[in-house]
Design a protein around this ligand. Structure first.
Ligand code: 3PG
Ligand code: MG
Length: 379
């Protein structure tokens, strides 16, 4: 058994001739019914190959999007099934687990239905292992169970960041919501040497410092919590300049007009900060280049709009360039790295957004705990 005490594929009873239920996280981004990034499907291949080479029949299951517990054609797994058939012939894929209300409510009756006809269970759904859903926490109570290769690697890397990072350890957080990330910021502050904050959520911090933030994103009910962190002397670095869109402009649509300007961190009325500025990009890049461990989650700006991609691009290039051990977590930052063609220059791109943050925050996940308590391999 590896670190975290979670059984791995080697701990399963012989799988020759066995039917194995593989919980994967094939919650891939789709645009007009087509998969725009199949990373999460490819990431499950080592586990699938391991099982197939040993004579197992693999049946995979995933959620896709957030349907409301009933079939919804918009969230059908058909595109995933087609891609999976190309990448891993012979693997069956069940329909979206979240078409059943028992999945998110962790209904024992749904677990019973799910495991019927299976001899073993493998969880390779790192990205969903922070959810106490039926397919994640249920099967290990009934079947010999193990973590797949992807889950194993994710836990090794992200757990390692918590436990023995090379220093300096710099964490860079972006994205829009402080409320989603405040807890993880707090726990990162206890392991990282410095936490750099960009993205939409930096404006709630800037407001806490008393800066006028114009029409920028702000979570007013989080201002006090941000101020408390900053007053406590936390090793947080905030932007010193931003790129903002003036009144009348529209995100994603330059044709509407609206002036784009670089400015300090005091924004006039009606101006919306949508990216970190060039000065901040340079400062953040320097910190990343000087670090020996880097964790990055969340874009620095609205990088889908070319007018506001510079901060995220510059940071992504610094992360790629850095000699540090670099970990990128989260759908949006992973997508950014892929969009800029830098993916193969990152040491580890996590397939989990929320899951990677929760693992960093708590040092454990419901899916791991379930595997740890699973039915012994020898039956
Ligand atoms: C993700 O994309 O973050 C995971 O697949 C989990 O999805 P969820 O946030 O809808 O549970
Ligand atoms: Mg999510």
């Amino acid at each position: 058994m590896p670190a975290f005490g979670v059984p791995t594929l080697e701990d399963l009873p012989p799988v020759k001739g066995a039917r194995v239920l593989l919980r994967a996280d094939f919650n891939v981004p789709l645009h007009e019914g087509r998969i725009t990034d199949d990373l999460r499907i490819r990431a499950a291949l080592p586990t699938i190959t391991w099982l197939q080479e040993r004579g197992a029949t693999v049946v995979a299951a995933t959620h896709l999007g957030r349907p409301k517990g009933a079939p919804d054609p918009r969230y059908s797994v058909t595109p995933v099934r087609e891609r999976l058939a190309e990448l891993a012939p012979g693997v069956e894929l069940l329909e979206n687990l979240r078409f059943h209300p028992g999945e998110t409510s962790n209904d024992p009756a749904f677990v019973a239905e799910l495991i019927t006809g299976f001899d073993a269970y493998v969880n390779d759904a790192f990205g969903a292992s922070h959810r106490s859903h039926a397919s994640i926490v249920g099967p290990p109570q009934h079947l010999p169970s193990a973590a797949g290769r992807l889950l194993e690697r994710e836990v090794e890397v992200l757990g390692g960041l918590r436990e023995h990072p090379n220093r300096p350890f710099v964490a860079v957080l972006g994205g829009s919501k402080v409320s989603d990330k405040l807890k993880v910021i707090e726990s990162l502050l206890s392991v990282a040497d410095e936490v750099l904050i960009g993205g939409g959520m930096c404006f709630t911090f800037l407001k806490a410092l008393g800066h006028p933030i114009g029409a920028s994103l702000c979570e007013d009910d989080m201002v006090d919590a941000c101020r408390a962190l900053l007053d406590g002397g936390a090793a947080i670095r905030l932007p010193s300049d931003v790129t903002a869109l003036g009144p009348g402009g529209k995100i994603g649509d330059p044709s509407v007009g609206g002036e784009v300007r670089q400015m300090g961190t005091s924004l006039p009325d009606g101006w919306m900060g949508l990216d970190i500025g060039p000065g901040t990009s340079a400062e953040f890049s320097d910190a990343v280049l000087d670090a020996r461990t880097v964790f990055w989650n969340g874009p620095m700006g609205v990088f889908e709009d070319p007018r506001f991609e510079a901060g995220t691009r510059t940071l992504a290039e610094a992360v790629a360039e850095s000699t540090a051990f670099t970990v990128v977590g989260g759908g949006d930052s992973a997508a950014a790295v892929a969009q800029f063609g830098l993916a193969d220059r990152i040491d580890h791109i996590s397939t989990g957004g929320g899951a990677s943050l929760e693992l960093l925050e708590h040092g454990d996940l419901p899916g791991l705990a379930a595997l740890r308590g699973s039915k012994p391999g020898a039956t």
